[in-house]
Design a protein around this ligand. Structure first.
Ligand code: SIN
Length: 314
């Protein structure tokens, strides 16, 4: 039997596996590295980093919900200079493939971050998080505004140059995600990350007030998987040549395959790692086995297969 080709590409970046961490759920991989070597998975997508150190939103910052989790972290982080000094060398030492996620409050902040990262060696791709739901001003969720999201990606493209692929991370909290996707691709994004969390809220019935310190939070976990699959399917149908990093509630190899069939070239695992820190490696081996069982010779053959006529699997 031929060896399954499990590799994938995002822009000009090649990865031996389509299984990645989800930004924010593994920081820069230090905790997960206690459980498996970081180079065993496709890549590590780091927590979105901003220019300056941030303490994030007030506590409580997490709430468990049916089949999901609400977070209101608020982009806590050490700032780009400390990140470049400490986290990138750590990930390089681990031989991890690195996707750096950036977030900004202004178009210029995104461009500044990209400029700083341009000369840093060892970065496979840049995730531009324009969809964090946990910002004080909802008007700053760039991905909810077609013009603002285009301007961010255009600024980052100019700042980073042509070498490093840009992955624009979009929000599901929009009426027409295809229009936003088309806009950022036209502005220079090589790929898309779909989806960020869905804006939600939990009321604490003891206090009769919102549970989270930041009141609203981002919903993740299996509860949002059908929303993510729908978004990936719609965007792949409109932009079949644009690679998609699919995410939202993947916790088994079957979930990963569903996202790939919808059109994802790779998948990110986030919330599942909180209950099972080895989830990435088990999902990776389950997916490999499922592809083999279904008769695929390569991962590429399965990408977007849900769009093909019945009977035309590969
Ligand atoms: C956060 O730090 O608040 C989460 C980031 C995100 O969902 O983009």
């Amino acid at each position: 039997m031929n060896e399954l080709d499990f590799s994938t590409t995002i822009g000009n970046a090649w990865f031996p596996s389509p299984i990645f961490t989800a930004s924010g759920c593994a920081s820069s991989g230090r905790e997960l590295a206690q459980f498996f070597p970081l180079h065993d998975i496709g890549g590590v997508v780091t927590k979105s980093i901003m220019s300056k150190a941030r303490t994030g939103r007030p506590t409580p910052r997490m709430a468990e919900t049916p089949s999901g989790m609400l977070n209101s972290i608020g982009l806590q982080g050490p700032g780009i200079d400390v990140f470049i000094a400490n986290d990138i060398p750590y990930l390089i030492e681990q031989k991890a493939r690195i996707i750096v996620s950036i977030a900004g409050e202004t178009v210029e902040e995104y461009a500044t971050l990209a400029r700083k990262l341009r000369s840093v060696a060892g970065i496979s791709a840049l995730e531009v998080n324009i969809s964090c739901p946990n910002v004080d001003n909802r008007g700053l969720v760039f991905a909810c505004d077609p013009d603002a999201s285009r301007r961010v990606i255009d600024g980052v493209r100019r700042a980073i140059g042509g070498e490093i692929p840009i992955i624009a991370k979009l929000s599901p909290d929009v009426t027409d995600i295809v229009a936003i996707a088309q806009g950022v691709v036209d502005a220079g994004a090589d790929a898309l990350a779909l989806i960020n969390t869905v804006l939600g809220m939990v009321i604490n019935l003891d206090t009769m007030r919102p549970h989270l310190g930041g009141k609203t939070g981002g919903l993740s976990g299996p509860a949002i998987r059908p929303i993510a699959v729908r978004a990936v399917y719609q965007v792949h149908a409109a932009l079949p040549k644009t690679p998609i990093l699919g995410m939202g509630g993947i916790s088994t190899g079957r979930d990963a395959l569903e996202m790939i069939a919808a059109g994802a070239s790779a998948v990110s695992i986030g919330t599942a790692s909180f209950t099972n820190p080895t989830a990435l490696v088990s999902i990776q081996s389950e997916l490999r086995e499922l592809l083999r069982l279904k008769g695929f010779e390569s991962l590429q053959g399965a990408i977007g297969c849900a769009h093909r006529p019945v009977g035309d699997q590969q």
